[in-house]
Ligand binder design. Structure first.
Ligand SMILES: Cc1ncc(COP(=O)(O)O)c(C=O)c1O
Length: 228
């Protein structure tokens, strides 16, 4: 909308190549986006790789870390201290209630950044962007640690279940740190159609230049009982 040009950097083994991304930053770069864990690959950049990357990005470039799947990680890299200490005023962390909290229909998430950065964003924020019901739901969700723990465990079991099955079936997959697994099935569209006709919704990946792959999200291992 504002005429910005985007530069994409090729992935390395389906994960972000943070080294190449840092190298791609030049004097005209204003914002760098990194999703960690990434969608749709489920890959995770290590703490060391993220730390090196953050150190290499100039202070006048905004670094946006999309941490939508952060809560699924058993041992996540906490970047908050870099913001709290004032060391990274150009870092913005983005989180969502759409994933582990299961509140995607409420359309609510949050960002964490330095007071100066947030103040600037406030100037362009729409005045009534998050409604009161969504805020009430999000606040309740933050207090529901039991749900988060249960969902993280269910997810870890689900990811392991899929990954073991793919190994047994001889299907290549990308080891996942998110709530889905990317798997190579051959004709992604055909397998997607077949599964959907049989009541299983997956995501074909042609839009990500991965026509042979499907992304399969973790659900509950048992069917929910039908509502009476
Ligand atoms: C990396 C990543 N960021 C953000 C989102 C979207 O989050 P929201 O529902 O808060 O817009 C998704 C959802 O698919 C995602 O995969």
């Amino acid at each position: 909308m504002f005429g910005a040009q985007t530069k994409t950097v090729s992935a390395n083994h389906y994960g972000h190549d943070l080294n190449a991304m840092a190298e791609a930053v030049d004097q005209r770069t204003r914002v760098v986006f990194v999703a960690n864990p990434n969608n749709p690959t489920g890959t995770l950049a290590s703490k060391g790789a993220v730390t090196d990357f953050l150190a290499r990005i100039p202070d006048d470039v905004l670094i946006v870390m999309d941490e939508a799947y952060f809560e699924y990680l058993p041992d996540p890299t906490d970047l908050l201290p870099l913001i709290r200490s004032g060391k990274k005023p150009n870092l913005l962390l983005m989180r969502t209630f759409s994933k582990i909290y299961g509140l995607s229909g409420l359309r609510i998430g949050y960002g964490v950044g330095s007071p100066e950065l947030i103040q600037r964003m406030e100037k362009v924020r729409q005045p009534f962007n998050v409604n009161a019901i969504a805020q009430a739901g999000a606040l309740a969700a933050l207090d529901d640690q039991e749900h988060v723990d249960r969902t993280r465990l269910n997810n870890a079991e689900g990811v392991e279940f899929f990954q073991k099955a793919f190994v047994q079936m001889g299907l290549e997959h990308v080891p996942s740190y998110a709530n889905f697994v990317l798997v190579k099935v051959g004709d992604g569209k055909q397998v997607f159609d077949y599964l959907q006709k049989n009541g299983v919704i997956t995501r074909p990946m042609a839009g990500y230049q991965l026509p042979e792959w499907l992304r399969i999200s973790v659900g509950l291992s048992k069917r929910k009982p039908a509502m009476s």
